[in-house]
Design a binder for this molecule. Structure first.
Ligand SMILES: [Zn+2]
Length: 337
């Protein structure tokens, strides 16, 4: 269960995977985008996971219908605004939201820089109206290769002051970290924090490379660390944050089922591991589901879950003062019932 005495954070959520099905249908109708079905229920099997996919790339294929409606920066702004508004509706106290500018721009040939501006505008408007602090994370997509990643990075660094971190996502198996070491050096030089998707579709070496070649202080997924005891020790000793996404890992077949997920062993190893959603609209979940259904199914006790919730504050890309403010706010809320 979620502990109301502690702040509730989601540190790993993709904008492109957190959109309203209603908006998808409405925008497709408005702009004449052909979708495989015209009703929400008819569309669901095409845009959501209904049973585990064979691998990460099959999971990522679901995104194509969501990005198909991103016809203009104005639409991107609207979708970002709705995403943050919905996060507030879930009771979050802080959200770290990530997006890949080229992934959003590519279907309709938008300029990545215009997408970055629109997303920032929508996120900041909703954050302010809903009194929900949001840290924005820019993503470089491995699957587009090194040159496009430079384009994404350039678009993101133009808005450096509106971002907290840089991430690397996409086809982990075929586009290893080393291809992007220059990009991440530039990002670190600009003062951005680094988190990297690793150990999801490739092995423990990919996690080591994310830290050694890219300077990651947090790892998204990290499932394959389970095979490498030296790596588990290193993650704990160096206080590297782990952004676990239980349902997503079941759906991409990174694990064979919730019970096979290594999150409990990470927590018991003293690793700062956390519970997050990844792509709630594609997975058909919300953060409460991960805490109340997925975490117990993965063998987490109430103490493990509380530890994961507390770890999220520890590893958030926030100042010590901001973390203290989140903790005070949660404590005050619980006293008021
Ligand atoms: Zn992710």
């Amino acid at each position: 269960m979620i502990d109301k005495h502690l702040p509730l954070l989601d540190l790993h959520r993709h904008l492109e995977g957190s959109l309203r099905l209603e908006s998808l249908v409405e925008l497709a109708d408005q702009y004449g985008i052909g979708l495989p079905a015209s009703s929400i229920e008819g569309l669901r099997p095409y845009v959501q996971i209904t049973e585990p996919e064979p691998d990460l790339m099959a999971f990522l294929a679901k995104f194509k219908w969501w990005t198909a409606v991103m016809v203009s920066p104005e639409v991107c702004r609207r979708l970002a605004y709705e995403c943050v508004t919905d996060a507030r509706g879930e009771g979050l106290d802080y959200l770290e939201l990530r997006f890949s500018p080229y992934f959003m721009a590519e279907p309709h040939g938008l300029h990545p820089a215009a997408v970055v501006e629109a997303v920032i505008d929508g996120v900041e408007a909703a954050a302010s109206e809903n009194d929900l602090p949001v840290g924005l994370i820019g993503i470089l997509s491995r699957s587009f290769g090194s040159d496009i990643a430079h384009l994404e990075l350039e678009a993101l660094l133009r808005q450096r002051d509106h971002l907290v971190a840089l991430d690397l996502a996409g086809d982990e198996l075929h586009f290893p970290a080393g291809l992007f070491s220059e990009h991440f050096r530039l990002a670190r030089d600009s003062g951005l924090a680094i988190t990297v998707h690793a150990g999801e579709a490739a092995g423990a070496t990919s996690v080591w490379n994310a830290m050694r070649q890219l300077g990651a202080s947090r790892i998204g997924h990290c499932v394959e660390a389970r095979t490498d005891h030296a790596l588990l020790d290193h993650l704990a000793e160096q206080r590297i944050g782990v952004e676990a996404n239980l349902t997503s890992n079941v759906q991409t077949s990174a694990v064979d089922g919730y019970a096979e997920h290594p999150l409990v062993s990470f927590l018991e190893h003293g690793i700062l591991a956390t519970l997050n959603t990844d792509d709630p609209s594609i997975s058909g979940i919300d953060l409460a589901y991960e805490y109340e259904v997925a975490a117990p199914a993965a063998g987490l006790s109430a103490d493990h879950i509380r530890q994961a919730q507390s770890n999220a504050v520890e590893i958030a890309f926030l100042s010590a003062d901001d973390k203290a403010a989140l903790r005070r706010r949660a404590a005050g809320r619980s006293q008021c019932g």
